[in-house]
Design a binder for this molecule. Structure first.
Ligand code: F6P
Length: 330
């Protein structure tokens, strides 16, 4: 397939929302693919804030050397309030036109894509998106950039906590990120070998949890680990730990909240690989006149899904994974 579109000469790229490991690899891929196809690449700094303020810079293939292995985003990011207002979006579109920018690639989560949709629907700006969030809560892709690295960070922490938990005969509640989705929690539960996992999509009651822990105690477990996904209706790890501790005293109970440590660090091989593929895919989507679409990967193939579809669809979590963890935690 030929990717020649004379109407597109300059392609801008930005990162928006929470940063995620692998975003730099995606920026590199976008810039290099843009250059490969003979187009000019423009950086937009600080997400939509930078778009409204015209914080732009030309990037070359060399500008993105030595960033593939770095966490965070060299373009900086922001959760931009100004983009919720029509005037902010109008200013952004005006800045893009003033700089002769023909297309924009946004790297981020659903909020980022909502902003991009408005830009395209209200101002006819050609936009494509790349899923970048540790939460993996986006339809239209099996993996979002950053999710794999975050899961690896979580299991490294679980391994360390298990050492101290089993030395002290303790029960640990480990709270992980994910906003209101349990993808990090569930994958890390299986990979980390924990006794129980509480996710917003499938909560269990305190009584059910205690029953599980009692079974573990009967089976002579020297410690127990429970992963709690933030955003669950039953509360956070601290509240749940308190409730359990009041009724179950077999172990000494502790809580660890992993927090923003999950957002940083060297991106994993998987995150770098998908970032590279999605980055090239996004440039090729733009050059084949697609707009208002996210470039994801489904069943190891590039998959193009409209922003409208991505933002309206709730990605389903595999409850089969939940069942597997029950079996493994015996
Ligand atoms: O969306 C990514 C994420 O890390 C969520 O898991 C978390 O709920 C949120 O961002 C935290 O946002 P902030 O860094 O703005 O506190």
């Amino acid at each position: 397939m030929l990717y020649e579109n004379p109407n597109i000469r300059k392609i801008a790229v930005l990162t928006s929302g929470g940063d995620a490991p692998g975003m730099n690899a995606a920026i590199r891929a976008v810039v290099r693919a843009t250059n490969f196809y003979g187009k000019e690449s423009i950086a937009v700094y600080r997400g939509y804030d930078g778009l409204i303020e015209g914080d732009f810079e030309t990037l070359t293939a060399r500008s993105v050397s030595n960033i593939i292995q770095r966490g965070g985003t060299i373009l900086k990011t922001a959760r931009c309030k100004g983009f919720f207002h029509a005037e902010g979006r109008a200013k952004a579109a005006e800045n893009l036109r003033a700089h002769d920018i023909d297309a924009l690639i946004v790297i981020g989560g659903d909020g980022t894509f909502r902003g991009a949709t408005a830009l395209y629907e209200e101002h006819g700006i050609c936009v494509a998106g790349i899923p970048g969030t540790i939460d993996n809560d986006l339809a239209g892709t099996d993996y979002t950039i950053g999710y794999d690295t975050a899961c690896n960070t979580v299991i490294t922490a679980i391994d360390a906590i298990r050492d101290t938990a089993s030395s002290h005969h303790r029960l640990f509640f480990i709270e992980v990120m994910g906003r209101d989705a349990g993808f990090i929690a569930l994958r890390a539960a299986i990979a980390g070998g924990v006794e129980a996992v509480l996710i917003p999509e499938h909560m269990i009651t305190t009584d059910e949890l205690i029953k599980k822990l009692e079974t573990g105690a009967k089976n002579k477990k020297s410690s127990s680990l429970v992963i709690v996904a933030e955003g669950g209706k039953s509360g956070n790890a601290m509240e749940i730990a308190q409730k359990v501790d009041e009724q179950f005293s077999y172990y000494d109970t502790k809580v660890t909240v992993l927090g923003h440590v999950q957002r940083g660090g060297t991106p994993s091989c998987l995150d770098r690989e998908i970032a590279g593929r999605m980055g090239v895919g996004a440039v090729e989507a733009i050059l084949s006149s697609k707009t208002g679409v996210m470039v994801g990967i489904i069943n190891n193939e590039i998959a193009i899904t409209s922003f409208a579809e991505v933002v309206k669809t709730k990605k389903s979590i595999s409850l089969e994974m939940f069942r597997i963890n029950e079996i493994l935690a015996v």
